[in-house]
Design a binder for this molecule. Structure first.
Ligand code: G3H
Length: 547
């Protein structure tokens, strides 16, 4: 594509395939009508209500009407099924006496390795479903799968390291101790639709491997892609260690929290929902929360920035996967003296982006999966226009069906929705500043505190900006876009953006707590410990080394 100058709704419509025009090798996949759910080690048959899954990809019929392709359906469980899943997880944990929480780390790792190889054998199916369920490009869907497998492997390595470092006794002030990380209990795990596999597994995998049991609710868009993995979950882990629930989050999740039996809530979603859910637990202090929440990351572009570099990074930052990343740049703050040049070059580069269907090679902008999202994008742009901003790129904000052509909106000001609302879509709000204080103020007064990008070639300026900004957000990206990776780096946020820290190693800590044995350093106690270790009497007290 890249012919935005002539952009029109009809042109967007023509980007959707006509019936029979989708190349056979790309699908759509054979419909997946999931009629079972995993609970207590069983794939239980389901004959109740189902939810129809529609792809954001539409087909054009002979009359030119668009129809979202049906991909299949999944069970619409309710409170009963949620309670059943919770009961299974509680039983498998068995107050910390269950098989899984008391297993040796080596045994848990073996289960995870088994799961990983089974998962890899379903790679193609999962990738196809990611692409079709959420409209992510094929290459990004492949990356998401492979990154997730790498994440699991890195997690296993990190756990070995962690466990090995705890495989010894400490003797302090006449007390012998051994300290290890132990599970927390039952984890309720909910991932987001934009990285349905990767971000879900970024919490699910560490939660499991640390010995917790899990109730897992797949994201609303991106549910079917877990279906090919259910058998792997079933066969790789002991019964009840992982249980799935489907249905309306607003019905199921409050019921689960209300029981007081959930020990950890892990959610990648909105701060509003997280606040609401946390309050439902009868003993709030017992609930640990690991949350990835809202973000409105800004890029601050200074007069001495390398404009070409800033344009390239900001384009990636704002529009990768249509801007549907929590780490996306959602506000560009450009110095007054360069804003014109920046916008001209930004718009020129934006025109080169390819709009199309997820299987097309080199595609950048694809259909949006959330119902009503295109209308919401339009409303945001209309609101900004009504308050004095313009769409500065030709054809920006043109919409048709589930496609929305990216809009660069300038100048965005306080009072417009785009100034603070997290658009989570293909809109690029731009504002200018004269005084650096204005740019800093934007970040300081924001409700969000995930990351920021700064563009400058001056050590002075960067130094001056970094010092206050690191205390406002949790990652300052210098001359590059915001992002989560590499996955070994800590991923977190301040204010409404996160609770807890995720990374390969941090996640292991987030889903566990240190527990220890301690005894006086006497001869009988030394002999006792020695016997326990040499005769392998405990899975906790041991000095084994994991290779
Ligand atoms: O949606 C939030 C993701 O964690 C962002 O990950 O920066 O690698 O795209 P990413």
């Amino acid at each position: 594509m890249g012919t935005a100058g002539m952009m029109s709704p009809d042109k967007l419509k023509q980007l959707f395939p006509a019936e029979g025009e989708i190349p056979a090798q790309f699908g759509p996949p054979a419909p997946v009508h999931q009629r079972s759910y995993l609970v207590n080690g069983q794939l239980k048959p389901w004959d109740g209500a189902v939810e129809i899954v529609r792809s954001p990809v539409c087909v054009r019929d002979e009359r030119g009407n668009l129809r979202q392709i049906e991909l299949g359906s999944y069970p619409m469980g309710g409170e009963t099924e949620a309670e059943e899943a919770l009961a299974a997880a509680v039983e498998a944990y068995d107050a910390g006496r269950g098989l899984w929480p008391t297993m040796t780390v080596a045994e848990r790792i073996a289960c995870m390795q088994d799961f990983t190889s089974q998962m890899i054998s379903r790679r193609q199916e999962v990738i196809q479903l990611i692409m079709w369920e959420i409209g992510k490009s094929q290459s990004d869907s492949e990356k998401e799968f492979d990154r997730t497998v790498d994440y699991i492997r890195a997690t296993i390595d990190a756990l070995k390291e962690l466990d090995n470092s705890n495989s010894r006794f400490l003797v302090v002030e006449g007390t012998i101790g051994q300290i290890r990380r132990t599970p927390l209990g039952v984890v309720l795990c909910m991932g987001p639709y934009n990285y349905p596999l990767n971000e879900t597994f970024a919490t699910l995998i560490p939660a499991l491997i640390m010995g917790n049991t899990v109730v897992f609710k797949p994201p609303r868009f991106g549910t079917l892609l877990f279906q090919p993995l259910l058998e792997a979950f079933q066969s790789a882990f002991p019964k009840g260690v992982i249980n799935t629930v489907y249905g309306r989050g607003s019905v199921i999740v409050p019921r689960l929290l209300d029981t007081g039996k959930i020990n950890v809530l892990t959610l990648i979603g909105s701060s509003k929902v997280a606040d609401h859910l946390k309050k439902l637990h009868p003993k709030a202090h017992r609930l640990r929360a690991i949350l990835g929440l809202d973000a409105k990351n800004a890029a601050i572009i200074l007069p001495d920035a390398d404009i070409e570099l800033a344009v390239k990074e900001c384009l990636l930052g704002t529009l990768s996967f249509n801007g549907q990343r929590c780490t996306a740049l959602k506000m560009l703050i450009v110095h007054q003296s360069i804003v014109e040049t920046f916008l001209r070059r930004f718009v020129e580069e934006l025109r080169k982006l390819k709009v199309g269907m997820p299987w097309e090679k080199g595609v950048n902008i694809t259909p949006l999966p959330e119902p009503g999202k295109v209308d919401y994008m339009t409303q945001l742009v209309e609101d900004a226009k009504a308050n004095g901003a313009s769409v500065v790129n030709d054809g920006g904000a043109t919409a048709c069906g589930t496609l929305f052509y990216p809009a660069v909106v300038y100048p965005v000001k306080e009072g417009m929705k785009l100034y603070r609302e997290e658009q989570f879509g293909p809109i690029v709000p731009v504002m200018s500043f004269d005084d650096l204080e204005t740019a800093l103020e934007y970040v300081i007064t924001s409700e969000h505190g995930q990351q920021v990008s700064i563009f400058s070639s001056s050590p002075d300026q960067i130094g001056q900006l970094v010092d206050p900004l690191v205390n406002q957000v949790c990652r300052v990206n210098i001359n590059c876009q915001c992002q989560r990776g590499p996955d070994v780096f800590p991923f977190t946020g301040r204010k409404d953006s996160a609770e807890g820290t995720l990374s390969v190693t941090d996640a292991l800590r987030s889903f566990s707590i240190r527990s220890m044995i301690a005894t006086k350093q006497t001869e009988p106690n030394k002999q006792l410990l020695d016997a326990i270790v040499s005769e392998h009497k405990s899975n906790f007290i041991n000095t084994r080394f994991l290779f």
